[in-house]
Design a protein around this ligand. Structure first.
Ligand SMILES: [Zn+2]
Ligand SMILES: [Zn+2]
Length: 302
């Protein structure tokens, strides 16, 4: 099970109702943040998910509307009592950018670990999540992220009994541990069935629609994608600034076969983005215009 929250759904400049780009995932008590625009910590405070459990912060790119909330966010994490390191991930240049920001917060009670991504074919595996990336087409290098939460196979009582394993070993093996009996080591894969369908979420913003995004969002449960402009008439602007129309995001969602599309990074020039929703829905019906602090829980399929 994973919880998703949009903390900021605005692009370019923060508005009273829309803070800047930010998405939080909560999984097994840990938090993974993607982008940290202005207002992120205010939104998180309102949501009440806490700061201490933020383990990883991923950045799509280093335009201010995606990273200027970081100094305050790291101070808030520090004030929450965290002492364990926090991982920061992003395109090459991450440490340089953060070092610049650190002039205004030189001391933190925890370490920062940097993962600079220059090769999008590489996958990053943390405890219970696999993070992969793809390159978008923006004015500077910009990454899309995919988060896969794999699910182990079902525990097979038949297999455990056939191996003669005592009941006390079952839960140990089910949780991925090892069990020793008569000098032999037993592992989870000996008593579990085929891996079951996991949960997957893709997040992409500040890019033209590129084919790599279709692969990124392939068969995901949720695709969160920028929808900078709702009106198809804004196509020349989308091309000029390397952003997307609602209809272009919807075409990606349809091609990727995702279950649901959330539009984010909405231009402050749209006072009511909802008025353009049909431009997306006629292409991909299950489209929702993002709102700050909109949440969704995704469970493993039965
Ligand atoms: Zn942006
Ligand atoms: Zn940008």
């Amino acid at each position: 099970m994973v919880d998703i929250a949009l903390l900021g759904t605005g692009g370019m400049m923060p508005m009273p109702e829309r803070f800047l780009s930010s998405m939080m995932m909560r999984l097994n008590g840990k938090l993974i943040l993607t982008d940290c625009g202005e207002g992120t910590q205010v939104s998180l405070k309102m949501l009440g998910w806490g700061f201490k459990a933020i383990d990883v912060i991923c950045f799509t790119h280093y335009h201010a509307d995606h990273i200027s909330g970081l100094p305050g966010m790291l101070l808030a994490i520090g004030n929450s009592g965290r002492t364990e390191p926090v991982k920061l991930m992003g395109p090459t240049g991450l440490k340089r950018v953060v070092d610049g920001l650190r002039l205004i917060f030189p001391e933190l009670p925890f370490k920062l670990e940097y993962i600079e991504i220059d090769d999008c074919s590489k996958k990053y595996e943390f405890d219970d999540i696999i993070i992969s990336t793809c390159e978008g087409d923006h004015r500077i290098k910009c990454l899309g992220y995919r988060f896969d939460i794999p699910r182990k196979g079902k525990f097979s009582v038949e297999k455990a009994q056939a191996l003669g394993l005592p009941v006390k070993a079952w839960s140990i093996l089910q949780k991925g541990g090892e069990f020793e009996m008569d000098g032999k080591i037993y592992t989870g894969d000996m008593v579990l069935g085929e891996p079951r369908k996991g949960i997957s979420i893709a997040f992409s913003t500040d890019t033209r629609p590129v084919n790599a995004l279709i692969d990124l969002a392939k068969n995901t449960d949720l695709f969160i994608c920028e929808g900078m402009y709702g009106d198809d008439e804004k196509r020349s602007k989308a091309l000029e600034y390397h952003h997307m129309l609602f209809s272009e995001a919807a075409k990606l969602a349809r091609a990727a076969g995702t279950k649901e599309l959330w539009l984010t990074h909405l231009s402050p020039s749209m006072s009511e983005p909802e008025q353009y929703i049909d431009n997306a829905r006629k292409i991909f019906a299950n489209t929702v215009v993002g709102l700050d602090r909109m949440t969704k829980r995704i469970d493993f399929e039965e």
